[in-house]
Design a protein around this ligand. Structure first.
Ligand code: GLC
Length: 526
């Protein structure tokens, strides 16, 4: 394992893959302690093979105090004991591969846990201080933070220590930011990449990929002044070019978490000697609106074309509101800034749309990400206040519900305790969760799970090559790829289907008049 072979350099599976995101803590609990683990994933590999996915992206599974669900890493060379052991991870990677499923690990280069040996030593005054951003405060007694930067989770991006100095954290205080101008930080991450590539992983997701580099002067952010002091700095590209050289030795691929509104700046990360792919957040946050979705698809394809990178299509992940809930609301887009408790949602409507959106995204050219539970049509859960764990909730002063609502442990078996997840789940499952259980859905040809399975199975036969829009009236998306035609009706009235064509798959029942109802998608063969 890990030996680069000439063939692996030419293997472009990732250009059109279906990649399933495993949030380990909530996937399946193998040892009955209420926390998902690697044993749980290994036991469910046949389920993932039946679903037909090409690869699994595991959110961080490393040793972590879990102050941010594992995005606070204390040691990249160890699996958190709540999840299992390194030997088990190696087994999981190998067993998945035997089923034709590749593994993608998640690397979090912007910050480490405050329990990471580097930061602990820095706190004791060790030379590792240079690897972080420690600064004196402003004000007469240094009582004001060094600058006005805000944490992405709310509140100041600085925390003051007992000795009076401050350190930078763009996320929670337990996630101190690394100083990427230091060569030891770069070396360490190259070693981490090799560590996991040697273990046979096929890809790496890069967390917060556009935030690593800071303006060394740490100036305040002024609206409209370029460049930004810590978002999308030009120096990042040099880092990713050196990473790419390492990935190429192993035939491995990157997917970057790059949230940038400017499509030209976004595409720079996808130049041929940098990252292979990046998540498509403009599509993920787009409202259920034909014109807006079409524009998002067009912009996506246009921004990727010049750099030759494939697009990705994402409907949700572990950070955002689950699709069936979002599409059932008045505001069907997603924005962290407007998340609120108690937003009403029509789940039947949201589910119809989520089914149609699944066929839409699986028909588009590029790679598709499926977040665990999306294939079960799980709604966003409202977590009781006293059970919320996400730092985003606490750092918002309690106004933001946080991200736990999309992280609830999965229902596997309708009749079993805790819907077959395992032990008493670390986050409570809402009433009604067993109705979404995988075993029940597997037996129902009209379930969300059956739709996903069927769509992933048919996807290679659906059509290939570039997308061509077909003429369609307002509110209808219609496009063709080879012989495959996809139609999605987001309008208020039924739409005509092109004739003659063979029906491959529909997201919902078609009436006998053969017209396409609203909030429904079809795949046809011309
Ligand atoms: C990314 C992750 C998110 C995490 C943050 C800090 O946005 O997706 O879950 O909280 O980075 O690592």
């Amino acid at each position: 394992m890990g030996q680069p072979t000439p063939a692996s350099h030419h293997d472009d599976w990732w250009r059109s893959a279906v990649i399933y995101q495993v949030y380990v803590r909530s996937f399946a609990d193998g040892d009955g302690d209420g926390t998902g683990d690697l044993a749980g994933v290994r036991a469910r590999l046949p389920y993932l093979a039946d679903l037909g996915v090409d690869a699994l992206w595991f959110t961080p599974w490393y040793l972590s105090p879990m102050k941010d669900g594992g995005y606070d890493v204390a040691d990249y060379g160890a699996i958190d004991p709540a999840f299992g052991t390194l030997a088990e991870a190696e087994k999981l990677i190998a067993e998945a591969l035997q089923l034709g499923i590749r593994t993608i690990v998640d690397i979090v280069p912007n910050h480490v846990s405050d329990q990471h040996p580097w930061f602990r030593s820095a706190l004791r005054g060790g030379p590792e201080q240079e690897l972080f951003h420690f600064r004196a405060g402003r004000g007469a007694g240094g009582e004001l933070p060094p600058n006005g930067w805000r944490s992405q989770f709310g509140g100041p991006a600085w925390t003051r220590l007992a000795d009076g100095s401050w350190y930078l954290h763009l996320f929670a205080p337990e996630q101190p930011d690394l100083d990427w101008s230091h060569p030891a930080v770069r070396r360490e991450h190259e070693d981490i990449l090799r560590f996991w590539l040697e273990r046979g992983v096929a890809g790496v997701r890069i967390d917060s990929a556009a935030l690593l580099v800071k303006d060394p002067r740490l100036p305040d952010f002024l609206e409209g002044r370029d460049p930004h002091p810590y978002v999308d700095r030009d120096e990042l590209h040099d880092i990713y070019r050196s990473w790419r050289a390492i990935a190429d030795e192993y035939g491995a691929v990157f997917v970057g978490e790059v949230w940038l509104p400017d499509s030209e700046r976004f595409a720079r990360y996808l130049r041929p000697d940098e990252l292979h792919t990046a998540f498509n957040f403009s599509f993920m946050t787009c409202p259920w609106d034909a014109e807006r979705l079409r524009r998002s698809v067009d912009e996506t394809l246009a921004e990727h074309a010049p750099v030759g990178a494939p697009a990705t299509w994402v409907l949700c992940n572990h950070d955002v509101t689950r699709t069936v809930t979002r599409y059932g609301r008045t505001d069907t887009g997603f924005d962290f800034a407007t998340k609120a408790f108690g937003t009403p949602a029509d789940l039947a409507l949201g589910t119809r749309r989520a089914r149609a959106a699944a066929l839409l995204s699986l028909a588009l050219p590029g790679a598709v990400y499926v977040y665990q539970g999306e294939e079960l049509g799980l709604p966003e859960a409202e977590i009781p206040l006293d059970r919320i764990q996400d730092p985003m909730h606490f750092r918002s002063g309690g106004t933001d519900p946080g991200r736990d609502g999309c992280r609830v442990p999965l229902p596997w078996t309708a009749g079993a305790p805790h819907a077959g997840f395992g032990g008493e789940p670390w986050l409570p499952q809402p009433d009604g969760w067993p109705a979404y259980a995988a075993d029940r859905q597997a037996a129902d040809p009209h379930s969300m799970l059956s739709l996903y399975r069927e769509a992933i199975r048919l996807r290679p036969a659906f059509g290939d090559g570039p997308l061509t829009w077909l003429p369609a009236r307002d509110g209808v998306l219609a496009f063709r790829r080879g012989a495959g035609i996809c139609l999605v009706n987001l309008g208020d009235t039924p739409a005509d289907l092109p004739a003659p064509s063979e029906l491959l798959l529909t997201s919902g029942p078609l009436p006998t008049d053969g017209r396409l109802p609203k909030d429904t998608a079809v795949w046809l063969r011309a």
